[in-house]
Design a binder for this molecule. Structure first.
Ligand SMILES: *Cc1c(COP(=O)(O)O)cnc(C)c1O
Length: 382
């Protein structure tokens, strides 16, 4: 499925998927052009909303997520913006938590209210605490699980039940697990959001995103895409297609490396706490076993120290890369409070539990012994 879905060979019999780099398409006649534009005849018109290479990516990701259809977008944030602007209207309400990707929080907080869309903020991922925030105007529950950077877990099935009881939809950002480790639609979610920039690419080359859901939803979003234009480039789609081919192998390895490091860090004297769903001490450990195939490649550690100590550790790494990105073959190390979550207000950060001594690791595919050696010498700087 990850390797062949969505691709049909052309007259050349090519074995790999070609990059169809064209902005527009030629028609046989004026009548054919009219039929394509009116939707009477099927086929591409313009690469803002249909491109054959992007379509291979869309079909393949939809198949992997178990969804009817998918739309590729220019970034993960474009996927979220396309979903929100393409489906919501003035007066609608959303429930979400601050404990999610920083730009998603900013989009919800700084922009949605301008369009008359109210966001209700829940404190964490305990479904009972969301219940009082749901009402007849609620159109969407927006969930990220596991969360960034604290790897908090939400029970997708329970959130789906709550959403449906109010006639709302459950949206899950599946960026951290990918369909290789978690399939939200099979647990009752209605829509899946991806930043393809992360694990779907897997080697830190391109920015892109996707929405997966019902054919009806994706059809509506295609209409929005045609009018608004946050589309995926064919080259980027091709990179993501190649990424999907090895997704499952990579996710298994990211997770196995992260588990080994989490076990070791958990015993390290310079580390106060490790956040990783694969540790029995994690409050979501049982849920992780139930709804994820493996705990995943992201872990965070709270060191025995403040911002200065955290920066000393980060500055001391030699192998790991200091970067905000994640989902790369290379291990990345980040200080969330001053980078990925730096634009949040200090109060919001505190509410989300993101302290100054917190360091996030997106564990890569290097030999785990090499990563451990690098972190061990860096943690000596605490
Ligand atoms: C990176 C990320 C996004 C946004 O994706 P971009 O491709 O950077 O726009 C959304 N959600 C999560 C969980 C992310 O990590």
């Amino acid at each position: 499925m990850a390797i062949r879905t969505g691709f049909e060979r052309s007259q050349f019999g090519e074995h790999g998927e070609p990059i169809m780099s064209t902005s527009s398409y030629v028609f046989e006649s004026a009548a054919e052009a009219a039929a394509r534009f009116s939707g009477e005849s099927e086929g591409p018109i313009y690469s803002r909303f249909t491109n054959p290479t992007v379509q291979i990516f869309e079909k393949r990701l939809a198949a992997l997520e178990g969804g009817e259809a998918c739309i590729g977008t220019s970034s993960g944030m474009a996927a979220t913006a396309t979903l929100l602007l393409g489906t919501l209207r003035q007066g609608d309400e959303i429930v979400a938590t601050r404990n999610m990707f920083g730009s998603t929080v900013n989009l919800f907080k700084n922009y949605l209210p301008r369009y008359g869309i109210t966001v209700h903020w829940a404190d964490g991922l305990d479904v009972a605490s969301w219940e009082p925030l749901v009402n007849s105007k609620t159109k969407m529950l927006y969930l990220e699980t596991p969360t960034n950077p604290l790897t908090e877990l939400g029970d997708i099935r329970a959130f789906a039940d709550l959403a449906h009881s109010a006639g709302a939809q459950l949206v899950v950002d599946n960026c951290f697990c990918t369909p290789a480790l978690q399939k939200p639609l099979s647990l009752g979610a209605d829509v899946v959001i991806h930043s393809a920039t992360k694990y779907l690419d897997g080697q830190g080359r391109c920015v892109g995103g996707a929405v997966v859901g019902s054919a009806e939803l994706i059809d509506a979003l295609t209409g929005f895409m045609r009018s608004a234009g946050p589309c995926m480039s064919p080259f980027n789609a091709w990179v993501f297609i190649k990424g999907l081919e090895t997704l499952s192998l990579r996710m298994n390895q990211h997770s196995s490396n992260a588990q080994k490091l989490a076990n070791w860090l958990d015993q390290h004297s310079a580390v106060r706490h490790v956040y990783y769903p694969g540790l029995d001490s994690h409050p979501g450990a049982e849920l992780a076993r139930r709804q994820q195939k493996l705990p995943g490649g992201i872990l965070s550690l709270e060191i025995e120290g403040d911002r200065e100590a955290a920066w000393r550790v980060i500055d001391a790494v030699q192998l790991c890369s200091i970067t905000g990105n994640l989902g790369d073959a290379r291990t990345t190390i980040t200080h969330p409070a001053t980078t990925t979550h730096g634009r949040m207000s200090a109060e919001d950060r505190q509410l989300a539990g993101i302290g100054e001594g917190l360091i996030r690791l997106a564990v890569g595919l290097e030999d785990v012994a090499d990563i451990q050696r690098d972190l061990d010498q860096a943690l000596a700087k605490v």
